[in-house]
Design a protein around this ligand. Structure first.
Ligand code: CTP
Ligand code: CA
Length: 228
């Protein structure tokens, strides 16, 4: 609680945040995406900035206002988000991945609008798996050495604690934050489950900005040593 009210918890840090959905194009006018609003990620970017960090926010297609003092990079697809995140992670000390990255993208992208062919048969769509941006960055040299503190988010429809623990281990990250269900999008309130090496702890239901500030404080105490 005391830490929460200490100003400039993240002074000297560079925080990278991914937020929102990705959009995976099928043709020039269609694609697949999801209902992520980006609210949690934008709140975290804002809270990190308030805490004195230099903040870069990589956003998929969302309708959110850029927090004051935050550098925003807009992307559409998972591959674009991956390229931007890998580039920006090189100079970051904290990476918070809140984006709801599409797990799959269409295997091919049509340059022209896909038309009905008159046969009454729908097109067969093929998909390939997108790269795991968080896992890749966490496994990079800076992630492994701890110079880059990586935080993941997970939304699950069942068995949150179990899935969250497994996900934290699989991605090789120190902190995984679970969205405590039911799966609702664009809401202002949420509650979070923090999963780290010590176990599981809950941040009770609160507005997303308040949760974001609490999470920033939780991240700050886990960082190696605050730079001067
Ligand atoms: N993530 C990512 N790149 C992906 C998929 C996920 O960076 N291609 C990140 C998300 O931003 C989030 C975390 O990984 O911080 C967990 O995402 P989630 O979708 O819950 O996990 P997945 O590994 O995709 O597993 P699944 O969706 O099958 O549960
Ligand atoms: Ca996923």
């Amino acid at each position: 609680i005391t830490a929460f009210f200490q100003p400039k918890l993240l002074a000297g840090h560079r925080v990278l945040v991914t937020a929102g959905p990705t959009f995976e194009a099928l043709d020039p006018i269609r694609g697949i995406t999801n209902h992520s609003s980006g609210k949690m990620g934008f709140s975290i970017a804002r809270a990190a900035r308030e805490a004195g960090a230099e903040v870069t926010l990589i956003a998929g297609p969302v309708h959110q206002t850029t927090p004051r003092g935050v550098r925003r990079i807009d992307v559409m697809s998972a591959l674009e988000m991956r390229d931007a995140a890998e580039r920006e992670a090189r100079s970051a000390s904290v990476f918070v991945a809140t984006a709801a990255v599409a797990d799959w993208r269409p295997a091919s992208h049509s340059e022209q609008k896909i038309k009905k062919d008159g046969s009454g048969q729908p097109p067969v769509l093929h998909f390939v798996e997108n790269p795991d941006i968080l896992a890749t960055i966490a496994q990079s040299a800076r992630g492994r050495s701890g110079e880059l503190f990586c935080v993941g988010f997970a939304a699950e429809s069942e068995n949150l604690a179990e899935h969250a623990k497994a996900k934290r281990a699989r991605k090789g990250i120190p902190l995984l934050v679970g969205n405590i269900g039911p799966l609702t999008f664009g809401q202002d309130d949420n509650s979070l489950l923090l999963v780290d090496a010590d176990g599981v702890r809950e941040l009770p239901r609160a507005p997303k900005l308040q949760l974001a500030r609490e999470l920033i404080a939780e991240i700050a105490v886990r960082l190696p040593a605050t730079k001067p």
